[in-house]
Write a protein that binds this ligand. Structure first.
Ligand code: ADP
Ligand code: ZN
Length: 529
């Protein structure tokens, strides 16, 4: 049946069955859809894969006029529109990738009411011509996808989204539905305020993904740790490995391939054809591993991604949740695995220090990172922490790493004092770059070339830290960075003390640390190249 025939005569459930071929609504969908069909505004918070698209697609099919969807995902519009057309839905899009003639065709279709859905890039609303165009046709609803992009507090702010605050004034009778998969209470409040949706109904689905097992472990030899995970638990499975840099994407993909695991790279530095080909293979074939920067994954709908692995620390809990959320959309058990280490904290702190924008912006980035670090260093249930971040209470899950083997904590006050004393002592030689490795060498009493060059074996702190192994000291430094008791000086990456460290040095503050687990087992992986 052609979608347009269905439109006039039938309700939401009928459209779901006849157009989309599904039997029943998922939790929450029907309520939202009926609310919007009735012409009311809505703010929808639903995790990735929850089924947000139908919440505006079906109302657009049922209501008179064209549903206008604002989406920042320009690269996906063609695919989204093609998929809808394959179902018989009359869809089109307007964005900067089209030439004048292509746009003219779509505009004419819109004005003639020959579309059910029109996807629009947010920057088009800056053009008076777009506003005039919308006035010439009949808009059935506005769907604001990825609505967190309007929030400066969020992790993915896009200035063009601020234009969307004007929709309501210009078209007061057109219902609006704003949708997002990541919204902390603060972001949600900002979305509602900016889009004037405070009085609209808010639909908040559970953000729990019970089939995802969350695991975060210290980074020792990350590629080997990854290989162990894939060989022992995910042989033959499809999955995504996230890396921060293009270079590490390439290296990791090569490493996995050399070790018999079929892996493809994906990052913005590859040409568009290669990216498209790799993405298509990942979607179509079974058991491929995609090694990617976070450029990969937005809007990717592959139900059987069995694991998402992070080899570098995400910059925010929102990012972590969004990326790990790509695992297990089919509801089957899946793994979210992250390896993180001292260098991650150093790198990200440096990145923030050196980032563009004002102090307020840097402060936001710091708070986002701190929340992510707190999740990493958590000694209680990861899921409880994660859901708490999104404002949802939960019980310990019994399935994450910290539930399965609760980490021990220990009084690290003296260890912290030793490190901080060494940092203070080296601070007098400020022009030099002394990273964590050098400071640990001093505490362990190692006479390295650098130690000898600077006479650091003559310091009183030389050799006072032999009670801990090097890896344990790195864990201490990492946790002090995470707790804000150490900081990284932006220019050189030198460790410096903070206001709070003074309390530790004066013995006024106790430092509790998480005990590093014994070296993660790498035996099962066999020899990696
Ligand atoms: P989101 O935008 O929330 O990430 P999508 O709208 O892309 O999620 O939906 C995720 C997947 O679930 C899609 O493949 C979609 O077709 C499917 N889906 C959505 N609603 C239903 C339903 N009621 N029954 C079956 N599948 C559904
Ligand atoms: Zn748990």
């Amino acid at each position: 049946t052609h979608a347009s025939e269905v439109q006039a005569s039938s309700g939401a459930l009928d459209v779901l069955r006849r157009v989309f071929g599904y039997d029943a609504f998922r939790d929450g969908q029907q309520e939202i859809i009926e609310h919007v069909i009735a012409g009311h505004d809505a703010l929808v918070l639903m995790p990735t894969g929850g089924g947000k698209s139908l919440c505006y697609q079906i109302p657009a099919l049922v209501r008179k006029g064209v549903g206008v969807v604002i989406s920042p995902l320009i690269a996906l519009m063609q695919d989204q529109v093609d998929a809808l057309r394959a179902l018989g839905v009359r869809a089109g899009f307007l964005n900067s990738t089209q030439d004048f003639d292509e746009r003219r065709v779509v505009e004419a279709q819109f004005v003639a009411g020959e579309l059910d859905l029109l996807y629009l890039a947010p920057e088009r609303l800056r053009l008076p011509a777009t506003v005039e165009l919308l006035d010439r046709g009949t808009v059935s609803l506005f769907a604001i996808d990825e609505a967190h992009c309007v929030a400066q507090w969020g992790h993915d702010f896009r200035p063009d989204y601020l234009m969307l605050s004007g929709l309501h004034e210009r078209w007061p009778d057109v219902p609006r539905v704003a949708l997002t998969a990541t919204a902390t209470p603060a972001t949600r409040a900002e979305i509602a305020a900016r889009l004037d949706l405070e009085r609209a109904r808010h639909f908040v689905a559970s953000f729990d993904r019970p089939n995802i097992q969350y695991r975060i472990e210290p980074k020792v030899d990350p590629k080997k740790q990854l290989l162990t995970l894939l060989r022992t638990e995910h042989a033959g499975d499809a999955g995504i490995v996230y890396c921060l840099s293009r270079n590490s994407v390439e290296k990791t993909a090569e490493f996995l391939s050399a070790n018999g695991i079929e892996a493809l790279p994906y990052h913005a530095g590859l040409d568009a054809a290669t990216r498209a080909a790799n993405q298509a293979r990942f979607l179509r074939e079974d058991g491929l591993v995609m090694v990617a920067t976070i450029a990969f994954g937005m809007g990717i709908d592959k139900p059987d991604v069995r694991f998402v692995a992070h080899l570098d620390l995400p910059k925010s809990v929102e990012g972590y949740y969004q990326e790990t959320g790509r695992a297990g959309r089919d509801g089957l058990p899946s793994t979210a695995w992250l390896a993180y280490g001292l260098q991650d904290v150093v790198n990200l702190r440096k990145l923030i220090e050196g980032s563009e924008g004002d102090d307020a912006h840097r402060r936001r980035l710091t708070l986002h990172l701190d929340a992510m670090l707190a999740l990493c260093e958590a000694v209680d249930c990861r899921r409880v922490r994660l859901l708490d971040y999104f404002g949802q209470p939960a019980e310990p899950c019994g399935n994450c790493d910290t539930c399965l083997s609760p980490p021990q904590s220990w009084d690290g006050t003296i260890a912290a004092q030793k490190i901080l004393s060494a940092v203070v002592r080296l601070d007098r030689e400020r022009r030099q770059k002394f990273g964590a490795g050098h400071i640990i060498d001093i505490l362990l009493g190692k006479k390295t070339a650098k130690v000898i060059q600077f006479d650091h074996d003559a310091l009183t702190v030389f050799g006072i830290g032999t009670e801990l192994r090097e890896a344990e000291w790195r864990g201490v430094v990492r946790q002090l960075l995470a707790q804000g008791l150490l900081a990284v000086e932006s220019n050189h990456g030198t460790l410096v003390i903070t206001d709070r460290s003074a309390e530790v040095l004066r013995g006024q503050r106790k430092v509790m640390l998480r005990r590093e687990p014994e070296r993660p087992a790498t035996k099962a992986a066999g020899a990696a190249k």
